[in-house]
Write a protein that binds this ligand. Structure first.
Ligand code: SF4
Length: 276
C-alpha cells in the first residue's frame, strides 16, 4: 500500500513534514502521466495518520499532504484531518497539498472557507494549458471554463494556490497559440505563482504511444522557449505573481515576480533563444 509508494512532492516542500493521505491517483488517466500508473487509489487510514502526527515534531510549522490529490477524500475527512493536524502540531501555520480542478469542484465556497480557517493554506494545481482541445487530447478531466470557475472559488475562499502549467503540451507548431490561451486563462484569477513544467514523455505513459503512432509531435527546444517567452509577454496579473521555471524538467531556470521582473525574464529567455 502507501508505505511502498514513491512519494511525489513539489521541490519547495523538500524540507516540509510530509504526511501521507492517499495513495495512487483517483483519476489516473492523463495521457502524459505515468506516476501512479501501477498504483491502486486508496485512502490512508486515520489511525495511521494520527500515528504519524503523534510522532511528529511539536513545533512543526508546515505540513504537506502527500498523494496525487489528497482533497479527493472529501470535505468531512479533510476537516477532520486538518483538526487532527492542529491538535498534534499546534504551531503548524500552513497545510499544503496537490489538488485537481475535478476534486476542487466537489467543494462549495463555504466548505473551502472552513478548510482555509482550519489551516489549508496552499494548493498546487495542475492547470496544464488554457486550450480545451489540448486538455481533451491529454485526457485531463476539466475544461478551461471549469478551471477558471474553481480558481475563482479558491480566490473567494482565500485559499492561496500555485498554478502548474506545462509548455510543449500542445505539440509542434501550436506553442505560441497555447501560451496566449494559457495566459488568458490565468489572467482571469489570482494565483501566487505560475510554475512551469516542460512536457516530458515518461516511459509507460499513453503519450509515448501517441508519439510512436504519429498522433503527437513534440515541439523542439526553440519552440518551447518561444512558448515560455510568449507566456511572459501575455501574463497580466492583477496582483504580484511569481513566475517560476526552476522545476528540474525545465530547459531554462528563471524566477521572478510579475509584473516588475517581466522584462528581465523575457530578456533571459531571448538570450538563450539567440545562442541555440
Ligand atoms: S497528472 Fe495528476 S491527475 Fe493526472 S494522472 Fe497524473 S497524478 Fe493523476
Amino acid at each position: 500500500m502507501y508505505r511502498n509508494d514513491t512519494v511525489y512532492y513539489p521541490q519547495d516542500e523538500m524540507t516540509t513534514f510530509l504526511l501521507p493521505v492517499t495513495s495512487g491517483c483517483s483519476y489516473n488517466k492523463c495521457v502524459f502521466c505515468s506516476m501512479y500508473k501501477d498504483d491502486k487509489y486508496g485512502e490512508v487510514p486515520f489511525s495511521d495518520i494520527e500515528m504519524q502526527l503523534v510522532n511528529g515534531y511539536t513545533y512543526t510549522e508546515k505540513v504537506f499532504l502527500t498523494g496525487a490529490d489528497p482533497i479527493s477524500i472529501g470535505f468531512d475527512k479533510m476537516k477532520r484531518l486538518l483538526d487532527m493536524i492542529h491538535q498534534h502540531l499546534p504551531y503548524c501555520a500552513c497545510v499544503a497539498s496537490y489538488a485537481s480542478i475535478k476534486n476542487i469542484s466537489k467543494y462549495s465556497v463555504e466548505e473551502l472557507s472552513i478548510l482555509h480557517d482550519a489551516g489549508l493554506r496552499l494548493l498546487y494545481i495542475g492547470f496544464e494549458t488554457g486550450r480545451d482541445d489540448i486538455l481533451k487530447l491529454m485526457n485531463k478531466s476539466h475544461t478551461v471554463n471549469e478551471a477558471v470557475k474553481q480558481a475563482k472559488k479558491l480566490n473567494e475562499s482565500k485559499i492561496p494556490f500555485d498554478s502548474i502549467i506545462m509548455y510543449g503540451i500542445a505539440g509542434e507548431g501550436e506553442s505560441v497559440d497555447n501560451a496566449v490561451a494559457t495566459s488568458k486563462m490565468i489572467n482571469q484569477f489570482m494565483t501566487n505563482r505560475v510554475i512551469t513544467m516542460n512536457l516530458t514523455v515518461s516511459h509507460g505513459a499513453e503519450l509515448e504511444n501517441m508519439i510512436k503512432r504519429g498522433d503527437f509531435i513534440s515541439p523542439n527546444r526553440t519552440e518551447r522557449l518561444v512558448e515560455i517567452r510568449t507566456l511572459l509577454e501575455n501574463l497580466e496579473p492583477k496582483q504580484p505573481m511569481i513566475f517560476d521555471t526552476t522545476h528540474p524538467t525545465n530547459i531554462i531556470k528563471i524566477k521572478g515576480t510579475l509584473p516588475q521582473d517581466k522584462k528581465r525574464l523575457i530578456d533571459k529567455v531571448t538570450n538563450l533563444i539567440k545562442v541555440l
